[in-house]
Design a protein around this ligand. Sequence first.
Ligand SMILES: [Zn+2]
Length: 269
Amino acid sequence: MDRIVGFLGRRNLIKSMGIAGVSYAASVACTPSTTTKAAVPAAATNCPSTEIPAGIAKRPAAKDLTPDDALKLVMDGNQRFVDGKTFHPRSGRETVIQTGADQFPFAAFLGCADSRVPIETVFDQGIGDCFVCRVAGNIASPETVGSLEFGTLVLGSKLILVMGHRSCGAVVAAMGRLDEPSVDLKDLGMIPSLVPYLTPAVKEIEEKVKREGIAKVPNDLEATIKANAKIQAAALAKSSILSKLVATGKLKILPAYYDITSGKVTLLT
Ligand SMILES: [Zn+2]
């Protein structure tokens, strides 16, 4: 039961971890534009440039990209986000009209439902670019596996990033770290259904701590979050559809870690 309580007392956790004063510098961004060459008032932005570079304004078609191309596009976008130089490409009314008939996302994501991890924002991508599954703990459940099979096999995404994030409350809950519930514990609804997916990572790091000592694993929460991203990526790779796409070079599945205090995404390879 105590593994579930964590979902319900997240504010206490954040307070105790001393991260309430998260920096929002990374979220300061350029004014969105609906055109490829739209002028942007410099004073209203954090951008050195007044127009969206052509290579960012218009991305190649997903069918023309390799998995490595797709990875470069999203990681370049995250670097812009970290640097406060985002362009919010393909995010206006013009793109809504262009994508209304069909979608060809080039990258897919399995991310956490946490409100601080908005995929298109942290990768500086737009409408129609990203096929996103977000669920607490970024778990590979039958529903998310099926969704990502659709996003790759049918829609053509060339990359799946499985993205854990710093201070993930779902992982905290699965570790049984919290014991100050703020709601009636008699009604947990479907919340317990998430925990079994997270247990393998919790056990892996618990055993590592037992084996090597806490000095070798000084931050077992973050170690568990990273282990979970790798475990969920490996679970996706067991899908017959996804494994075939990987084997034929049409897809890469990679675990990643997002730091909610810096905005930076790091690949866990
Ligand atoms: Zn989370």
